[in-house]
Design a protein around this ligand. Sequence first.
Ligand code: C2O
Ligand code: CU
Length: 562
Amino acid sequence: AAIRYHNWEVRYEYKSPDCYQKLVITINGQTPGPTIEAQQGDTIVVELKNSLVTENVAIHWHGIHQGLTWGKDREVVSGFECDQRGTPWFDGVAGVTQCPIVPGDTFVYKFVVDRPGTYLYHAHYGLQRVNGLFGMIQVSLPPGVSEPYTYDDEKSIILTDWYHKSTFEQATGLLSIPFGWVGEPQSLLIQGKGSFNCSTPGIEAKLCNATNPECSPYVMTVVPGKTYKLRIGSLTSLEALSFEIEGHNMTVVEADGSNVEPFVVKNLFIYSGETYSVLIKANQAPTRNYWIVSKVVARNSTTPNGLAIFNYHPNNPTTSPPTVPPVGPAWNDVEPRLAQSQATKARQGYITPPPEKSDRVIVLLNTQNKINGYTRWSVNNVSFNLPNTPYLIAVKEKLHHVFNQSPPPNGYDHRHYDIFNPPTNPNATTSTSIYKLQFDSTVDIVIQNANALPANDSETHPWHLHGHDFWVMGYGKGKFNIHKDPKKYNLVDPILKNTVSVQPYGWTALRFRANNPGVWYFHCHIEYHLFLGMGVVFEEGVKKLGKLPPSIFGCGDAKVSP
Ligand code: C2O
Ligand code: CU
């Protein structure tokens, strides 16, 4: 296995990703940042210099377990065994696993990529992800091991949404009375490129230039007749997306690093924090180009569709396709989205069956609430706040005063709570308390969606778990029934993922083994929901960890390593 070194400098720069100029955060001058390419078992070293000057930073390696790979869950997948120690302190979440990196400092992340697949990285501090601080991690199989599908070449893209307002203004609005919601994004970007209409009234001409090469559409060039593996990741701040390539079917083969029993889609639904690989055959008339389209679903959005060009070689890559771009599916049609989620199963021959029973069930009611007049998002009517001393340090060093030691609620009052209407008592509390999981136990999480504050409104939330994959046991509509619904769980071939959606007024059930010593965030991947409290933290086996690295100290009550 190799050690792969990366030297990154993070800074603000003016860029025009959708033709409108604004400050973005770059890594070595780029957004999306450089792709990390590695082979299973390699060690990644990222030396990160914070040149943001007035802001802290931290980067999370999304989908990477930082773990010991104990137990059998993963080892069997490709015959690869991990003998490395876990690195839970390099998960990159300011306030959970490390102190933020202050301006001028350099922090070294070092971790093993123990599983093949498509993963992401992104800022995990404040709203920085919104500003473009993210990229992709591609882990290939070791030599001699091949994927269970074939293709001629490989491509990758990251899908995002894009706002013109600064994150300072967004944060200020979100933290104000009256509540200043961020609204719908101005653009959708495909691999960092979009095209805002510069003649929109009120846009200052000198800030928007439709002929700026920075916002020329992203071009994916293909050779007629060839098959491509396309890795797709979504790191939207808000939106759920539908992705399609005009006239071309896509065969889904990977989700969040797991092999999927292949199924064919015309459009792929993808939620923030998810990755997929699809196979695409360039089998249409080669004399023209085709549209690549991303479209907002799950919200009645005003944001125009994102467009890129699927270019058949040797046609001119900049020639727009002769057709009107496909309009995509209806935003409010939940059925095809649910159908895709339910079709996503582990591939035959690559199935890791889940434990048949769990040791503990935690139900998490998803709501929007009020706290002293402020709008928040909550689980079980508790809106989460990060302490200023990282949990990992607080638990390991027994700094009990750092956070509320009483456990958060294991569920909600399901007998009386009406999930189909706005909360009768919208008031919630904030808390810093965390779930302590028994090491190596099997935990079920039921994400229960409900009505938000306005009537007839239930949002779609993509939930992401750090440090683990979970088995997706099932999806359902309405209120989860703890007696009946678990009987319908998929114990045969559930997919292992790290991010999963819960549909409006529905529920999603997950199972995971708490076998990775550390402190792990589990949260909605919508940046603004997370920012306003939609998350919980799990702790397991921290006692088993050796000395914490001094570099994660330096804040709150953890100024220096003991
Ligand atoms: Cu990609 Cu904690 O998130
Ligand atoms: Cu959410």
